[in-house]
Write a protein that binds this ligand. Structure first.
Ligand SMILES: [Zn+2]
Ligand SMILES: [Zn+2]
Length: 347
């Protein structure tokens, strides 16, 4: 089969690998679509670890093509979205249902082979713990591949104790910031104010249901959020771009008893100096979120038929022969989501 291989920073190559065959408890997927996200780009740039020689791709949907001995929960032809974390099942976090916080977790696309290949071997723990989620009828592969990142967005909302009607400020309108806009509309947010320096991305945010947009300057952001919330500040502030200074900026635009989520990863050693009395007297929740629980992933898969707006986030589609382009084209700010279709780009 053809597979994309990560060798080292800035060196990813399409190569031939043997087709996988399933061992006991395993499943083989024919990969239908695999998305590239900001974390993959950080690996590509050498800012985040992945094992040399690994096949990247943790945002994957596919069709079961073979099942190993002992697998009776799935059959050839089933369409699934992959919750890509191999968790131990026994640590305190796994026992709380937080497989994404497992102390010995390994993730497809980082430590284990992922989905930017024609076939993907699903390790037995993923199959056995019910982490291959059915794709609802009518959801195209391109959208199903976004189940994983969208589950991360649902985790972001739930980390902020989001409730219907809450006002939101979203800083950064890349694919994940825009996904927050889509989920905000689907889950019944109040005003949604989006800050983003790139004009085409601001436009996209408005099309997807943002009630107001502004540029990326601190004064602009503060004015837009205060204006859009009648001076109260936003109930939920999402920092969806990992730039120095944004945590400090987020604090005073947050409503009393509001929440700030540092959704983006930041460059290593980034620090913030906060007005701690503001945090105290306004009862602000300051949190981070990463990945999603299997339950959040399950519910996101079920929400997918209602999230058609996600389809508009894909700006570039690649087949297997030029899969590396899904990384390099992301240097262009006009590019949003890039997706590889290992069986060929749908016509
Ligand atoms: Zn991702
Ligand atoms: Zn664990």
């Amino acid at each position: 089969m053809k597979a994309l291989i990560f060798h080292e920073a800035r060196r990813i190559v399409v190569e031939d690998r043997d087709d996988p065959t399933p061992e006991t408890g395993e499943v083989i997927l024919r990969t239908d679509a695999a998305g590239i996200c900001a974390s993959d780009l950080r690996v590509y740039r050498g800012e985040k670890y992945a094992a040399p020689g690994v096949i990247p791709g943790h945002e994957v949907t596919g069709t079961v093509s073979a099942v190993g001995a002992g697998v009776d929960s799935l059959a050839e032809g089933d369409r699934v979205a992959v919750y890509p974390i191999v968790a131990c099942g026994f640590c305190d976090f796994c026992r709380r249902g937080l497989r994404n916080r497992c102390t010995s977790r390994r993730t497809l696309g980082y430590e284990l082979d992922g989905g930017i290949a024609e076939y993907l071997r699903i390790p037995a723990p993923i199959v056995g713990q019910g982490q291959l989620m059915p794709v609802p009828d009518g959801v195209p592969a391109e959208r199903a591949a976004m189940t994983e990142p969208t589950a991360c967005v649902l985790n972001s909302f739930e980390s902020c104790r989001f409730r219907a009607g809450a006002s939101m400020a979203i800083i950064g309108a890349g694919p994940m910031g825009l996904s927050h806009v889509i989920l905000a509309r689907a889950l019944g947010a109040g005003p949604v104010i989006v800050a983003e320096p790139v004009e085409s991305r601001r436009q996209r945010a408005l099309e997807l249901g943002a009630t107001a947009v502004c540029g990326g300057g601190p004064d602009e952001i503060t004015a837009a959020v205060m204006d859009g919330t009648r001076g109260a500040g936003a109930d939920v502030v999402i920092v969806s771009v990992g730039l120095d200074g944004l945590t400090e900026l987020a604090l005073p635009i947050t409503a009393k008893q509001g929440a700030i989520n540092l959704f983006a990863g930041f460059p290593p050693k980034t620090t913030a100096s906060l007005d701690v009395n503001f945090l105290h007297y306004s009862e602000i929740l300051l949190t981070g979120s990463q990945n999603a629980t299997a339950d959040q992933f399950r519910r996101t898969a079920q929400l997918m038929p209602a999230l058609g707006g996600l389809d508009s986030l894909t700006t570039h589609r690649f087949d297997m022969t030029n899969a590396d382009g899904a990384y390099t084209v992301r240097e262009d700010p006009a590019a949003l989501k890039t997706i590889v279709f290992p069986g060929g780009v749908p016509g």
